[in-house]
Design a protein around this ligand. Structure first.
Ligand SMILES: Cc1cc2nc3c(=O)[nH]c(=O)nc-3n(C[C@H](O)[C@H](O)[C@H](O)COP(=O)(O)O)c2cc1C
Length: 200
């Protein structure tokens, strides 16, 4: 295994969900690298039907905690809210797609709203997963979450009751608290790998 591949695999293996953080701000350049890497994640047709809302404002982070009962949002210096975009046709689609726009529009227009929301949440979730690894590479620790009320979160981040936006994943992120023990690996089941087919 080459140096790069072993580094990437060990970052992935060492990532743990961490819910307490050092009282250290994340420098803008570090935050920018994590968010840029998250936005490098692939998306269906490259339509990038997701946004990352970078919440550093302490009052907003406290509101995220108050609405969800999850203290890690107020405790973390930065919280990333991954939002799926499920509008019928994004206004920048032609700019992104060029000559492929007609083909993709035809495809998207045949989708139900439920299918569009699902596609947007998949795009947003891939970006969130990429952010976890990018953060790990920066020496940050993270806590991905889905335990919150979506309406309350949309209100806090200024989306109100917009139907064409969905909150997929919220990630709390900060430097590890030196006084807190590193969480043990919680274990993984060996039977989640399936060879070729479930049918025997
Ligand atoms: C989709 C998803 C939702 C999660 N939601 C929460 C949550 O609401 N609150 C929380 O404290 N942890 C949450 N977690 C963290 C998991 O509990 C944690 O990832 C899991 O126990 C495995 O531990 P590890 O991340 O250290 O490997 C979530 C993780 C994922 C992937």
């Amino acid at each position: 295994m080459g140096n790069t591949s072993s580094l990437v695999h060990s970052l992935i293996a060492q990532r743990r969900t961490v819910r307490t953080y050092a009282d250290t701000p994340i420098p803008d350049a570090v935050l920018d690298r994590v968010v840029s890497s998250a936005l490098e994640a692939p998306s269906a047709f490259n339509l990038q039907l997701r946004d990352v809302v970078v919440v550093t404002d302490p009052a907003l982070r406290q509101a995220l905690t108050d609405s969800s009962g999850q203290p890690q949002f107020a405790a973390a210096p930065a919280v990333l809210v991954f939002v799926g975009r499920s509008e019928l046709w994004p206004e920048d689609a032609e700019e992104i797609l060029g000559a492929k726009a007609d083909y993709v529009r035809n495809y998207k227009q045949q989708q139900t709203e439920q299918q569009r929301v699902k596609a947007a949440i998949i795009d947003a979730t891939l970006a969130a997963g990429t952010a976890l690894i990018a953060a790990q590479a920066e020496g940050l620790v993270t806590n991905p979450t889905t335990g919150w009320d979506e309406h309350a979160i949309k209100d806090i981040i200024g989306l109100g009751d917009r139907k064409d936006r969905s909150v997929a994943v919220i990630v709390a992120m900060g430097y590890p608290d030196p006084a807190a023990p590193v969480p043990a690996h919680p274990g993984r089941q060996a039977d989640r790998r399936v060879s070729n087919s479930y049918a025997k």
